[in-house]
Design a protein around this ligand. Structure first.
Ligand code: GLY
Length: 354
């Protein structure tokens, strides 16, 4: 088992290893305490892991209640959020009890925002069951729900008390969901670590613990320096501005990882045409995305994408901070005036690679 300590506004450990679900009760007892744990999970994840987590918590003396919601991004809304808050109140949940987010990014974001809001903040554990949540959304304290005009428009920064990442959970993921996580791993390779990018050229299943650990270390370093995304943390949004627009335009039928994959390809193509990026960067990224059957473009037009991007929260007055690659392993932030956004995206939509 690997332990990565994140020293942000709250200091907490991210544990990465096999079988952590069955040890969750004793880790929670040691690090948080409390009497009641409310497990927040969607219907699919509850079916797969709800009983195992409950068993481990009960063994450690917890009273357990489960809040189950329909799976999918469309549940990350005000209605589910309010029913979760009401559920906590009905369960007489107190400040010394614990919310456990068991699932992927939707669950972590929703449960985390409820943990940040209920009684102005209650203890919270992230138990990611998708690769995407393990390498990205369970760490760093971003919590949110979607509004009609965009993704993650209401939320807060609220760090968990511990993250338990049971690597064995990822073996049951449908291939498409696993690939969503690989898109985020490719993102880490592009922004910070050429060697993790290269490691994806060999089978990932045998190196999953190392890959997750490395991604969490990169995220730990960034979040420690810039928890509230004033600067460097924006690098983690590589591919996300266009990616969020694609998710929104598809009414979330295109998943986050797939949308981010297309977004990374679009912005890298634009970077090449703007003369920012080394030549081998684009073919390297495209062939890596194709290796994992991830999209390398989108059929949405530049004007439609630009309008959707502008409803994204990353807009800052008359400009947008966007992430452009210089080479594999190194990206920069660049302010793009709002009225130039469409032409930048257009550059990224026109394919010039074979
Ligand atoms: N998912 C990007 C971040 O946590 O900043």
């Amino acid at each position: 088992m690997k332990t990565i300590t994140v020293a942000a506004s709250k200091t907490y450990d991210v544990l990465v290893g096999d079988g952590l679900l069955d040890k969750a009760g004793s880790f929670l007892r040691k690090t948080i305490g409390g009497q009641t744990v409310v497990i927040v999970a969607d219907d699919n994840v509850t079916e797969l892991y709800g009983k195992r987590l409950e068993g481990s918590l009960v063994k450690s003396g917890y009273r357990v209640a489960q809040f189950v919601f329909p799976h999918g991004e469309s549940s990350k809304n005000w209605e589910t959020f309010f029913s979760l808050l009401n559920f906590l109140a009905e369960e007489k949940f107190s400040r010394s009890d614990v919310i456990a987010a068991l699932g992927g990014g939707v669950t972590g974001d929703l449960a985390g925002f409820a943990a940040a809001s209920y009684m102005r903040g209650v203890p919270f554990v992230q138990i990611p069951t998708t690769l995407l949540a393990a390498v990205d959304s369970s760490v760093g304290g971003k919590t949110a729900i979607n509004l009609a005009s965009g993704k993650n428009l209401a939320g807060s920064f609220y760090q968990p008390d511990i993250v338990l990442c049971d690597v064995s959970a990822f073996s049951t993921l449908p291939p498409d969901v696993f690939r969503d996580g690989l898109a985020e791993v490719i993102k880490y390779g592009m922004i910070a670590d050429c060697s993790i990018f290269q490691s994806l050229k060999t089978p990932v299943n045998t190196q999953l613990e190392d890959i997750i650990t490395r991604c969490v270390e990169i995220k730990r370093d960034i979040v420690t320096e810039d928890e509230f995304e004033k600067g460097r943390r924006k690098l983690l949004n590589f591919g996300h501005t266009v990616g969020h627009a694609i998710e929104l335009l598809s009414d979330y039928s295109i998943s986050h990882g797939h949308a981010v994959a297309a977004g990374m390809a679009v912005i890298t193509r634009a970077a090449v045409r703007l003369g920012l990026c080394k030549e081998n960067c684009l073919p390297g990224l495209i062939s890596m995305l194709e290796r994992y059957e991830l999209p390398v473009n989108t059929s949405y037009k530049a004007d439609v994408l630009a309008r959707a991007c502008l409803s994204d929260k990353k807009r800052d007055g008359e400009s947008l901070t966007m992430v452009f690659p210089l080479e594999i392993g190194r990206c920069i932030l660049k302010e793009i005036p709002v009225d130039e956004l469409e032409s930048v995206i257009q550059l990224g939509l026109e394919r010039n690679e074979k």
